[in-house]
Write a protein that binds this ligand. Sequence first.
Ligand SMILES: [Zn+2]
Length: 476
Amino acid sequence: VPLRAFLPDLLVADGRVQAGAALVVSESGAVAAVGPPPPGAELHRLPGAAILPAFASAHGHSFQRALRGRTEWRTNGSGVRSTFWTWREAMYAVAARLSPDDLHAVARLAFHELARAGVAVAGEFHYVQHDPAGRPYADPDALAVAVVEAAREVGIRIVLLRAAYARAGAGGAAEPAQRRFVEGDPAAAIAALERLTGRFRGAAGVSFGLAPHSVRACPAEWIRDLAGEAARREVPLHLHVSEQPREVQECMAEHGVPPVLLLARLGALGPRTTAVHAIHLSDAELRALAGVHVCACPTTERNLGDGVVPADRLLAAGARLSLGVDSHAQGDLLEEARELELHLRLVTGERAVLQSPAEQVPPGRASGGARVDALAWTLLTAASAGGYASLGLRGGRLAPGEPADFVAVDLDHPAVAGAAAEDLVPTIVFGASSGAITSLWVGGAPVVQAGRAAPGRAPEVEILRDYRAALARLRA
Ligand SMILES: [Zn+2]
């Protein structure tokens, strides 16, 4: 069958919600059209469902899923108060023990949770490279490969952002807990990128980028080299930027400028760059982020007490917003999307703070249907198209030629029931959890159906069994 037509009750595309329109998918897994089902197409009716673009988590560290629920204490047995830095110690303790098999099992559970939440692509910021003693594995890419295979078995796309990590901070050698992350020079990360790209050439849904970890963990010359290499190869460049005030103070002390201005000086800011977090910013830094991707990770940022991403000022400055689950403290892109706005309401004491620049609101090319309010559309775009763009991919838009990555939302779910076309997207973005998402297709192929792994994907019983076994080893 050359064409399949998916016909839901409501279809969200191009800033509009339409009834009676089908998503027509070509044999190659791309969107062929949005409109009436064409004669001869294989018709897939989705009664009681709405179709939306699938989501992208542009930033995450899948192994940190193993930490969920383990760091929510106030003081530990030694009377130490919980902070970002004690959380990091707990994260290092998990990272120190992880074998390639453990990582595969934890990542597979994390990606399965994301798939059930409608996430079609994960950006994996991958910084655990070596064995627990800090030596390369016989296969130097064993851990990166374990994560990539986990995503493939679940059925989602992955963009592995191969990190580079040099040191604990300015003038400081790496701490023992960081020995699995560190390498002697940036060429090691570039060589790994080269090997991985060759190894997965032709593998659908797998691509790579470079990720100097942060201005704390990489000296300036490393960042300059890696940014140049990413530009030459036309691959994404991701960095953690200004998550904690201490990182900004240390950057000022070492370089005399805050992190974003350092990146500008090093030629590291461009249309392929993503600044992850970007919370503590000066006005000059905001201006420097025009045209640059910023990945907010609100559920992690609130969990760690990092602060609130100034999404309103970033949008006004021309930055491009995306979202990520980062620490996998939660696995729900709808929650990430609404927090981008709701955190700002708490800070400003106002409602409806985010205002999208005009170009982000589609001019209503689709005929008919109800127009989605700009605020909800801005949040949905950050959760979908914004993340794809940050990862160097097309997608997140249901338009001809784009990949057919889409989700079905249950219109009978109590969180969504009763929504009219014009309030469907705000209802989902502000009021529904990932539990209202029933199915996910990636490149037109089913990945999750009726809330369960689709046939041909890694079965849930196996995913859960392996994950529990890995946790038992990590906590032994
Ligand atoms: Zn991160």
